[in-house]
Design a protein. Structure first.
Length: 231
């Protein structure tokens, strides 16, 4: 009977060993599955985070472009508004009568007074007034009249000679301004920079703002739009 009990014990021992081995394998397999799921979860999380980071970066870039565009549009609007305000303020301080109209009246009054003092006094017609202006306005003064009409300038003169003298002075002042194009260069450059910045950003995306500005400044130095290149 003893050998049988020993055999039974050996069988039970082998069964326990096999069961332990199976349990160990199952535990290892479960651990591998868990590790696999953890890795998959980590990858999914990383991919999700990467996609989110990419979306955030694109949103930041779009917002930055909108802000830059808004700043450029605001700067351009302020530049235009400043020019309009300057012209409005300059025009608000002027009477409605232009220099050319005032000079016509002065010439007409003086011619009428001279005609009234003669035996053949008569009222000067509009046609004779135009003829008088054509006779008085030689080439240089005619050029001054045209400049004044374009700029809506005014004069405060009591006679023909004084009025014509002021016309010549105004013409000389305009010529003096034209001889100093650097006074207009700053405003012209701002408009040029705003326009070219948009063009360069579309043609060469990804550069720093300082790199765009450097290219614009180099182009501006040779641009025909630069008043300094017209000296």
């Amino acid at each position: 009977m003893a050998p049988r009990r020993d055999n039974q014990k050996a069988i039970e021992a082998r069964e326990r060993k096999a069961q332990q081995s199976q349990s160990k394998k199952e535990a290892e397999l479960a651990a591998k599955e868990d590790a696999k799921w953890r890795d998959e979860g980590t990858k999914l999380l990383r991919n999700k985070e990467a996609r989110k980071a990419e979306a955030d970066a694109k949103a930041d870039e779009a917002r930055r472009r909108r802000e830059e565009r808004a700043l450029l549009e605001r700067a351009e609007a302020e530049s235009i508004q400043g020019t309009t305000k300057g012209a409005t303020k300059k025009g608000a301080s002027k009477p409605k009568v232009t220099q050319y109209q005032l000079l016509q009246r002065q010439l007409l009054l003086q011619k009428t007074a001279q005609a009234a003092a003669s035996p053949m006094a008569r009222v000067v017609s509009a046609e004779s007034m135009d003829l008088l202006v054509e006779n008085v306005n030689h080439a240089r003064r005619e050029e001054a009249f045209n400049a004044i009409l374009a700029g809506d300038r005014l004069v405060d003169a009591s006679g023909i000679d004084e009025a014509l003298e002021q016309l010549s002075s105004a013409d000389a002042a305009d010529r003096k301004v034209d001889m100093h194009p650097e006074r207009r260069a700053k405003a012209a450059y701002k408009a040029y920079e705003a326009r070219e910045l948009e063009t360069l950003k579309s043609q060469l995306p990804g550069l720093k703002r300082s790199q765009y500005i450097e290219r614009i400044q180099k182009a501006w130095a040779k641009s025909p739009e630069n008043p300094l290149n017209k000296i």
